[in-house]
Design a protein around this ligand. Structure first.
Ligand SMILES: *Cc1c(COP(=O)(O)O)cnc(C)c1O
Length: 361
């Protein structure tokens, strides 16, 4: 058999990925739109109108019906573009623009700072979320954006977004919220994280993570079109006159699959999935604690547990795809493909490894 004909990914033991099996409607839409390019809306009109539909649907998810935005290649591009909006907006006012992020911000902000020539200032956390006093200390008159994380990559924690937006507002900076992973579960929680609950300017939210779309489908959203205009570049040889995206040719498959997934799942399907995943996160937490592991309480469906290296290595040898946090904890992301049956198998394997090899805890 040709290599490319093999099953590309078996999700049966994937525990730490932020991607998942696409919804069947999303997979089908992705296949049909494979050869389309939303970067050339004058030629590919159908996918261009689907992209407007995608942004409208995302507006429903983030509490701002007439939100502006586009479907990006992922959270990384969306974060880079958000920093670029902030930098360009204040270009004439500041000497060395800086962006203040809490320490748990995704590493894409370091890429953004490097590419865009802005200074990245990090503020320490307290109890896994941004310490507001520390953020305030980092802000000065050259701050162009303050970033809040809504669903941190390692622990699924949510910063105090309204307070961060106020701090940004005090110096006239923009507030960007990174909900790349958390955006499709947060609507069903009591957190204040979206455009309706705080004075935020831009947001990252990825359909290709908890949105169950095919890769690549990220989202950059802005409170109004004038913010996106900060990104506009003239496009001489296209029918359309300007482009705000970072990449040129883009994936129509990502756009179409994002629409298909959201039409199928928003809001009931996502809500049910969230309840199930959160219950599974709590079940796993209890099972791991009963076996003597330290577990960081799961606020959203991510579980981080302190595990000995030898156990982690043996589990990896048994096919479990398990990554570590910066503090070396094992990190289980309760994506839709991670169900109770799979977690039972995982816990059984831990018991077996302990019994067979007598690994000390
Ligand atoms: C995954 C993630 C990103 C990066 O998204 P990609 O789609 O991998 O580029 C950014 N921010 C957060 C919080 C994430 O979890």
């Amino acid at each position: 058999m040709q290599r490319v004909e093999r099953n590309p990914q078996d999700f049966g033991r994937v525990l730490s990925s932020m991607c998942t099996r696409p919804h069947p409607a999303a997979r089908d839409a992705a296949e049909r739109f494979l050869a389309t390019n939303p970067g050339d809306p004058g030629t590919y009109e159908t996918v261009a109108s689907l992209e407007r539909r995608a942004v409208d649907l995302l507006g429903g998810v983030v509490g701002l019906p007439d939100v502006a935005g586009y479907v990006a290649s992922g959270g990384t591009e969306a974060n880079i573009q958000a920093v670029r909006i902030a930098r360009n907006r204040f270009e004439t006012d500041t000497r060395t623009p800086n962006v203040v992020v809490p320490q748990h911000a995704h590493f894409s902000f370091w890429k953004a700072a490097d590419v865009l020539g802005v200074e990245l200032r990090t503020a320490p956390l307290s109890d896994y979320t941004a310490n507001l006093e520390a953020v305030k200390e980092q802000i000065d008159e050259d701050t162009v954006a303050v970033v809040g994380v809504a669903g941190s990559t390692e622990y699924g924690r949510v910063d105090d977004i309204p307070a961060l937006a106020d701090l940004a507002d005090d110096v006239g900076a923009l507030c960007h919220v990174d909900a790349a992973w958390g955006g499709f579960v947060l609507p069903f929680t009591s957190f204040d994280w979206n455009f309706a609950s705080a004075d935020i300017d831009t947001m990252t939210i990825d359909p290709h993570k908890l949105g169950q779309a095919a890769v690549p489908a990220g989202g950059l959203l802005a409170r109004g079109p004038e913010l996106l205009d900060e990104l506009a570049i003239d496009t001489p040889y296209l029918e359309s006159t300007s482009q705000v995206t970072l990449t040129g040719t883009r994936s129509g498959a990502g756009v179409a699959s994002a629409v298909a997934a959201m039409e199928a799942l928003w809001p009931d399907g996502y809500r049910e999935q969230y309840y199930e995943s959160q219950a599974d996160a709590e079940w796993l937490t209890a099972k791991l604690r009963a076996r003597g592991f330290d577990v960081v309480p799961p606020v959203l469906p991510i579980v981080a547990a302190d595990m000995p290296d030898r156990l982690m290595d043996t589990l990896r040898d048994r096919g479990w795809r398990l990554s570590r946090t910066g503090r070396d904890e094992a990190r289980v992301v309760l994506m839709p493909h991670v169900d109770r049956a799979m977690l039972r198998e995982f816990v059984d394997d831990i018991d077996e490894v302990f019994a067979e090899f007598d690994i000390g805890r």
